[in-house]
Design a binder for this molecule. Structure first.
Ligand code: NDP
Length: 478
């Protein structure tokens, strides 16, 4: 029992107006779906139905791609780059102005704590538009030749873990480089993308430059395989990424894939332990562990194992799980019943295979989808919880003795998206970074994102980079 408890500090929902139903955003307007199909989006924290959303069929995807093509040919590709930049700046400013509304909506639809949507997702989404607005009229200096041109229509499919932020990662560079887009948000989190459609209207963005089609996997499939799409950008599971790569092989379409991960967060004996523990917590419990680059495998040097685990357990007892709209909440709801089932299945497999499971005492709400912060010790590299992406608040702890062993274990995964290294020695950081097969290596920090910094994977974590100068290349004909 804590010495004192926090009073609830819920963020008000009043700032958000959710419509009872949403159409598709095609050619600058909300339109009905051709075959009248719809699905519901719910709050994963309460299972309350938030809105009904249109399910786009192949004919709708066709219309959206045609609208994007027309806008590409008539206005966007030929527009002076400095004018394209003005639209991107305008969008960035409106995202900032409507930040509180977007944060509340994101937390309602996704289940993530308001602290995270308010301080991470929405500010970073605005930052991506600001950053790419800056690039729009400087592409000839980006190092891709004297006159790099756009590719055409981009088909973009994004997941549910950072709905508006992933939208920004996809739309901002595409537009800055002169492409138009058709984007499909995830089935469980369409609401901030649909509000973004309103923002495009508010910014007077020419009709058809951004089109949003809602739906499930079938809609995504129709979009990425559409013959009118020149470039596909996908973030999601490795399984679907492979399917898309197979479908696009030989079509000449450009493809970038940002897929799963099983990152190692490596703590050496000379690391500042308290700081490292904060980094471990942030690495795996931020966003309920629904993070492709989550530090889901903790590698601790044997000599400090007891100390790190004791500190970690102490720290986890202070995490507050519950209402995503409460400003004191650290761990929110799991995004869907399906994802909760997957986390449960893998955690049960961890126990069945012999690892030891521990969670701090914590009461789970009765309604909604919830899973407590969980730590597995006694994990071997062969266990499923050390190999498979759980995409939930579950940490697998392994140990090592030497830097070489740490590298060997960290790289022993089909993935390669990120890694973390905690040590006081700069030389050891550089030595590790040169050997870790991961797109991003964080040193004495974790889960740090910036629009100027490229992000992407090795091996089954995908290919191509998003963000920074490197990310522009994916949207340019170079
Ligand atoms: P998916 O890969 O299925 O979903 C990602 C996006 O792709 C969603 O918009 C989805 O639509 C869409 N989609 C699904 N099938 C197709 C298809 N055949 N063609 C084109 N688009 C498609 O991930 P899930 O949501 O099913 O999550 C499953 C697992 O994937 C998680 O448990 C996690 O391990 C991993 N994952 C990894 C992410 C990452 O960032 N690396 C992000 C999300 C998940 P819809 O939402 O309607 O299904």
């Amino acid at each position: 029992m804590a010495k004192f408890d926090y009073a609830p500090a819920p963020e008000s929902r009043d700032i958000v107006t959710i419509r009872p139903s949403y159409g598709l955003f095609i050619g600058g307007e909300f339109t009905h779906g051709t075959d009248g199909r719809a699905f519901k989006t719910i709050s994963p924290a309460t299972e309350e139905v938030l809105a009904e959303v249109t399910e786009a069929g192949p004919a709708d995807v066709d219309r959206a791609v045609a609208a994007a093509r027309a806008a590409y040919q008539r206005t966007w590709a030929g527009m002076p780059p400095k004018d394209r930049a003005k639209y991107l700046y305008r969008i960035a400013r409106i995202v900032q102005e409507r930040a509180r509304e977007l944060a509340v909506l994101e937390s309602l639809d996704n289940g993530k704590p308001i602290r995270e949507s308010r301080d991470v997702d929405i500010p970073l989404a605005a930052a991506h538009f600001f950053y790419h607005a800056g690039w729009a009229d400087k592409l000839e200096y980006a190092g891709f030749g004297p006159a790099p041109g756009p590719l055409g229509v981009a088909g973009q499919v994004i997941p549910w873990n950072f709905p508006l932020l992933m939208l920004a990662w996809k739309i901002a560079p595409a537009l800055a480089c002169g492409n138009t887009v058709v984007l499909k948000p995830a089935e469980t989190t369409p609401l901030t993308a649909l509000t973004f459609a309103e923002i495009c209207q508010q910014a007077d963005l020419p009709p058809g430059v951004v089109n949003i089609v809602t739906g499930a996997g079938e809609t995504g499939r129709a979009l990425v395989t559409h013959p009118g799409v020149d470039k596909v950008a996908f973030t999601g599971s490795t399984e679907v990424g492979k399917e898309i790569a197979r479908a696009l092989a030989g079509t000449g379409k450009r493809l970038t894939l940002e897929l799963g991960g099983k990152a190692a967060n490596i703590v050496f004996e000379d690391a500042p332990i308290d700081q490292a523990v904060e980094g471990i917590v942030n690495g795996i419990f931020f966003n309920q562990g629904h993070v492709c680059c989550a530090g889901s495998r903790l590698l601790v040097q044997e000599s400090v194992y007891d100390q790190v685990l004791a500190s970690l357990r102490r720290r986890l007892r202070t995490l507050r799980l519950g209402d995503p709209l409460d400003k004191n909440t650290d761990v929110g709801a799991i995004n869907s019943a399906a994802q909760l089932a997957k986390i449960r299945e893998l955690s049960d497999a961890g126990e069945a295979e012999g690892a030891r499971r521990w969670s701090p005492p914590c009461e789970l709400p009765v309604k909604g989808f919830w899973f407590p912060p969980t730590v597995f010790t006694g994990v071997s590299q062969a266990h499923r919880i050390a190999r498979e992406e759980i995409f939930g608040p579950v940490l697998s702890v392994l140990t090592f003795r030497t830097p070489a062993e740490a590298v060997e274990k960290a790289n022993n995964t089909p993935y390669g998206l990120s890694a973390g290294v905690w040590t006081e020695k700069g030389s050891l950081i550089l030595w590790m970074a040169a050997r870790l097969r991961a797109g991003v290596v964080w040193a004495n920090t974790f889960n740090k994102f910036d629009p100027s910094s490229p992000f992407g994977g090795y091996k089954e974590s995908g290919y191509g980079r998003e963000g920074g100068r490197h990310g522009l290349e994916a949207y340019l004909d170079v």
